[in-house]
Design a protein around this ligand. Sequence first.
Ligand code: ADP
Ligand code: MG
Length: 154
Amino acid sequence: MDKNNSSIKYISRSPEETRDIGVRLGKLLKAGDVVGLFGDLGAGKTTLAKGIAKAFGIDERDIVSASFTFITEYDTSPPFVHVDLYRIENDTELAELGLWSHIRRDSVSVIEWAEKAEAELSSENIIRVSLKYKNEDIRELIIEGVYEKDWNHR
Ligand code: ADP
Ligand code: MG
């Protein structure tokens, strides 16, 4: 995806709405794109990831929060890679994970808890989505690195 510096801001009022935003983002992604999801527990990262995955034909029930699995690769075209860094506690664990061997130019990658790999990701040309809990049902989403023109064209 072509990148630029504009940011798109959304207020989501339900999990369904967050999923729909994910589908919309997913439809814009192409091989090589890396999406970093930033935000605390319950901010809606997995919910958004389900929507992005849905755009690739993946059943949203297959996208789950990490227990022990950090990286799941789906055999779609292009391959879809879901990474959840929740349980990563330090840079040593991050290094052991070998994140970059899973994030490839021929796949689309979505990384939850991207702040845990901030140092590595900041040098990359990633699409950033920051999610913020406002109240029980409301989340603020800020999407950076997507052309507004592309976003609005659908
Ligand atoms: P994270 O992966 O960031 O920890 P999840 O997506 O797993 O967050 O969980 C978000 C929780 O918040 C879910 O239980 C979801 O139903 C709830 N929720 C309520 N309102 C929203 C909203 N507007 N967007 C996303 N999730 C919401
Ligand atoms: Mg999650």
